[in-house]
Design a protein around this ligand. Structure first.
Ligand code: SF4
Length: 216
């Protein structure tokens, strides 16, 4: 099972080289099957199927149930919200939404991840509590655009209330906010930040480009 990136050229090249490396292993009889998943697979699936047919199956970024099916595994509802932490024990990323509605001309994310999809607040709170129970002290909120959170589910910007609820979870010491798009920033968030000392006093605001014309 090869997870791929389809965002920048170096990562695409690395993904393709890895697939080809495993195709050689399959030809040598070391592997029975190769499955490819992730962003490269989502973005270039038709092309990949034609050009590297030795791969048994390609999966897009939202096809986890299909992957489980192909692996002949059951979907385990009791594991919803469980996380395998790849960060050191004391901090964890909490992805609050996926995709993006902005369509900046230089960015491939909407092509890969589609439109913005917020996760439900209760799921996020449950996950945060489980992470806290596992020893996480610092929660880093991420998405393609934090400020858009909630617009697709309740037609309102729900980031301030989500952050407030997360800040009220006992045992979490720090909350950091990454990737807040500047246009349409929810100003009530500043009140929430000022009320809770555990919310770090900075906002990661991606400006994304070195070219003045593109930035404008
Ligand atoms: S806001 Fe970010 S993720 Fe969305 S299109 Fe622009 S650069 Fe890409």
């Amino acid at each position: 099972m090869i997870n791929t990136c389809g965002f920048i050229n170096d990562a695409k090249e690395e993904s393709i080289n890895t697939i080809l490396e495993f195709v050689e292993k399959k030809k040598a009889g070391i592997l029975k099957k190769i499955f490819v998943m992730g962003c490269l697979s989502e973005r270039y699936m038709d092309q990949l199927k034609t050009e590297i047919p030795e791969v048994d199956e390609y999966f897009g970024v939202y096809q986890l149930p299909e992957i489980l099916n192909s692996l002949e595994c059951d979907y385990k509802n009791e594991l919803i919200g469980e996380r395998f932490l790849s960060t050191p024990d004391h901090y964890a990323y909490l992805k609050i939404s996926e995709g993006c509605d902005r369509n900046c001309s230089f960015c491939a994310i909407p092509l890969i991840k589609g439109n913005h999809k917020s996760r439900l607040p209760q799921d996020l709170l449950n996950e945060a509590e489980k992470l806290r129970d596992a020893g996480v002290k610092e929660l880093i909120l991420i998405s393609q655009d934090l400020t858009y959170y909630g617009l697709d589910i309740e037609r309102k910007k729900m980031l301030p209330e989500l952050v407030e609820k997360l800040a009220n979870i006992k045992g979490l010491d720090w909350i950091r906010l990454h990737y807040a798009y500047p246009n349409g920033f929810p100003l009530e968030l500043l009140d929430v930040i000022s009320r809770h000392t555990k919310i770090c006093r900075y906002i990661d605001m991606p400006l994304q480009h070195a070219n003045d014309r593109i930035l404008k």
